[in-house]
Design a protein around this ligand. Sequence first.
Ligand SMILES: NC(=O)c1ccc[n+]([C@@H]2O[C@H](COP(=O)([O-])OP(=O)(O)OC[C@H]3O[C@@H](n4cnc5c(N)ncnc54)[C@H](OP(=O)(O)O)[C@@H]3O)[C@@H](O)[C@H]2O)c1
Length: 240
Amino acid sequence: MDLRNKIAIVTGASSGLGVSFSSKLIEKGVKVYGLARRLSKLQEIQSHLGDQFIPVEMDITLHEKIDQWVDSTFSEDHLPQILINNAGLGYFGNIEDLTIEEWNRMIQTNLNGVFYITRKTVPLMKLDEETSHILNIASVAGLIGNPQISGYNATKFGLRGFSEALFKELRYDKIKVTTLFPGSIATHFFDNAGGVDTHSNMLQPDDVANTLIHLLETPDNFLINEITMRPLNPKNPDEI
Ligand SMILES: NC(=O)c1ccc[n+]([C@@H]2O[C@H](COP(=O)([O-])OP(=O)(O)OC[C@H]3O[C@@H](n4cnc5c(N)ncnc54)[C@H](OP(=O)(O)O)[C@@H]3O)[C@@H](O)[C@H]2O)c1
């Protein structure tokens, strides 16, 4: 895809990966609708990225709000070609300590929210004669189960299944679907998740964003449907 003058929706644009994705897309000439709950953060990001970044205060777990926003923002003359399902969170800990609220919040954000926005965006993408692309941010936790992350594992394994099915469902509509499986990234993700200190050997958000740009820029009939990224040496340099 030639990214110039394309329109993207990036969920979770107020922090971490979402900021890097938005920034790299804008450098390539894309107009970005950045969705997140914290409007003040989005506005601060707009002051750095400029008017091609459009802040949208949105809780992706609220399907009626998503329906209203998509219906009032897009039309046949203004179609999104790129959807980045990035918003997500994790709560880590032993199963007996994981609360029902934490479990539900992970399911609502990492799975339901992805469904709510994807189901509204796909019909618009189907109207486009050009290729569109949906990129779902999973995690290596969508490939490998590990102690203390069972709930998060469940959502990211679920996202993998959702993505693989969609890739097969939408390929003949010229809509690409790619799932990204990154290892640990140095973002605010661990403020919630707990149990891990960020460090310089983690993946850096801008490097993940460069890979995302590469995925988007592949030729129209060339699809990378899954990609795994890891730090070569994952150990905290302060603890080696
Ligand atoms: N960091 C890692 O090690 C890592 C590794 C693999 C995969 N991932 C995945 O990467 C994605 C991005 O995470 P990150 O590392 O960039 O973490 P982050 O810095 O904590 O960012 C998470 C983003 O999600 C948004 N968000 C959370 N709940 C939301 C909701 N209900 N509605 C709308 N936005 C919501 C947050 O915005 P508001 O709070 O403003 O709503 C924030 O912008 C997630 O899906 C995560 O699972 C992260």
